[in-house]
Design a binder for this molecule. Structure first.
Ligand code: KDO
Length: 336
């Protein structure tokens, strides 16, 4: 009997360590972390995909073991444009949504879907980080049940064509099947540029260009690089028609469940992510034209004023402009 006691003690010790190990890995403990599911159509090598890793790492540093951040790229969790509804239903915690997504529910926001309104990235940050942003983000929270945490510079959208052609003015795009994301707000922009706008999800653009079901697409240069559209196109036309934004948003249900300290940490992580994206993207936009030329693409500069005039006139007469609060356009223009 004497020899059994140490054996029991040994067994007990083994059980205790096994339990300790289990408790570290068991679902019960994992569940005590707050799950933050993120969904984006972005491809892994694009800055607004990589920014989510910055978000995750920043949050894990500032709030260790409190959050389980799950990043889903390539529209693997929700299809492009479905994120706001998923957040409102409580199926998704975070996303980077576009002005076009917001305009569907907050019509005043369509002012940011209009070409040639925001002048450049610094103008964008001033508008959204100042009183205009504060007023509109309040409406977004009330009407969409999501909180905007930070404004992301998606880049300046340029035309990218499958076959090279002379493009000086919108008239030169007549009949060109220009792929746009699938909502009427996006299609309006494509048609305002003079092309025939054709809806297609981002994930199908490469094949569409390769097979010729579309004649072109528009995206910021870093996205045209990251999604490899340059492999299946021959020309870039620097129309600079939209200084595009994304908004890092969180569902109000998840946001309101956070403690004040956690709100601060999540918000700081969103700002760090946006800053990483914005700095990297602005730098890359300044360097990419050489890369595209090396890939054999023709880079042409059209009559940007002619595009600006045509696009602004199309919006001024549109149903969208009727939803813009009086004086908002002037206030945006006056923001320096
Ligand atoms: C696109 O489909 O062209 C677009 O650039 C639209 C943006 O609003 C955004 O959804 C983006 O795609 C995706 O994040 C993929 O880069």
């Amino acid at each position: 009997m004497k020899s059994v006691a140490p054996l029991r003690r040994g067994l007990l010790a083994a059980c205790v360590s096994a339990l300790a190990l289990l408790s570290l890995t068991s679902p019960a403990v994992a569940q005590s972390k707050i799950t933050l599911r993120i969904s984006t159509p972005a491809v892994p090598d694009d800055w607004h995909a990589r920014m989510w890793t910055v978000f995750k790492e920043t949050l894990e540093n500032s709030a260790p073991n409190q959050f389980d951040v799950q990043i889903n790229l390539n529209a693997a969790l929700f299809k492009q444009g479905a994120e706001p509804a998923a957040m409102a239903r409580g199926n998704l915690e975070l996303a980077s949504i576009s002005a076009f997504d917001i305009a569907k529910l907050v019509p005043a926001f369509s002012i940011f879907t209009a070409g040639y309104v925001i002048r450049e990235p610094q103008h964008q940050q001033k508008v959204f980080n100042g009183p205009i942003g504060a007023e509109l983000f309040k409406a977004v929270s009330e009407q969409m049940d999501v909180t905007v945490l930070s404004t992301v510079y998606l880049g300046t959208r340029q035309l990218n064509l499958r076959e090279a052609r002379k493009v000086q003015t919108p008239a030169d795009l007549r009949g060109v099947k220009l792929r746009m994301p699938g909502s009427k707000e996006w299609l309006f922009l494509g048609n305002a540029l003079g092309a025939t706008a054709t809806p297609l999800a981002f994930g199908e653009v490469y094949l569409g260009l390769k097979t010729g079901t579309i004649d072109g697409q528009d995206n910021p240069l870093p996205t045209t690089r990251a999604a490899k559209f340059y492999e299946v196109t021959k020309q870039l036309v620097l129309t600079q028609h939209l200084v595009d934004s994304l908004f890092i948003t969180m569902s109000n249900k998840s946001w309101n469940a956070l403690t004040p300290a956690q709100k601060q940490q999540v918000s700081a992580a969103a700002h760090a992510a946006a800053k990483f994206n914005n700095d990297s993207r602005i730098k890359e936009e300044g360097q990419l034209l050489d890369f595209f030329r090396q890939q054999g693409l023709q880079v042409s500069t059209p009559d940007v004023d002619a595009f600006r005039k045509a696009v602004q006139a199309a919006y001024a007469q549109s149903e969208y402009a009727r939803a813009w609060p009086a004086g908002l356009l002037d206030r945006i223009n006056a923001t320096r």
